[in-house]
Write a protein that binds this ligand. Sequence first.
Ligand code: FMN
Length: 188
Amino acid sequence: MDIMEVFKARGSCRAYSDKPVDRELIGELLEAGCMAPSALNQQPWRFVVVEDREKIAEITAHALDTRDWLAAESGQGWVAKYDAGYIGDARALIIVGANPKKIGMGAYLGETEAHTKGASACIENILLAAAAKGLGSIWFTMYKADVLAELVGMAEGFQIMGLLPIGFPEGEVSSPPRKDYKDLTSFI
Ligand SMILES: Cc1cc2nc3c(=O)[nH]c(=O)nc-3n(C[C@H](O)[C@H](O)[C@H](O)COP(=O)(O)O)c2cc1C
């Protein structure tokens, strides 16, 4: 697939089929993630792959609780209708953590977030690799990071950057429209 086709094929997937996804395929996604750039090549990421159905159900229950908590806390009623239960249908959940000590030379420039930038590049690589292989995923963040870290036993000192459900999509995946880069760019 041409790289532009891959970008266009990727979209947030919110419905998963029960077709199995083998570990080798998940390994390829993680390998793609590890090819991402990071400050001083410190590779700040760490992954936990959840395949256990009971653990996935537990994480899904936490995501739904978080969604309801967010709706109440923010007073934004529409949040309660925002779906989150589909993560329970995914074949696996890739949880990505990042180490805030791995910020390269950024510390000398007042930079405190370089680990999140590296982890973001890593996550995007995983999402694109999944799209190229016909898999669905989404960068999902409706959880309390400390609770999720505890639920999956994330390594000490790593902050959770995202939860990526992995599975074959049920139905079409479509993306909302994008702004035209010409309206967002100045050439000087
Ligand atoms: C940092 C980040 C957090 C996100 N968190 C959620 C989430 O918790 N739930 C959700 O349904 N979508 C989430 N999304 C997906 C966005 O809604 C989605 O990427 C955006 O609407 C564009 O749609 P597309 O991914 O289909 O192109 C998140 C995306 C990013 C980058």
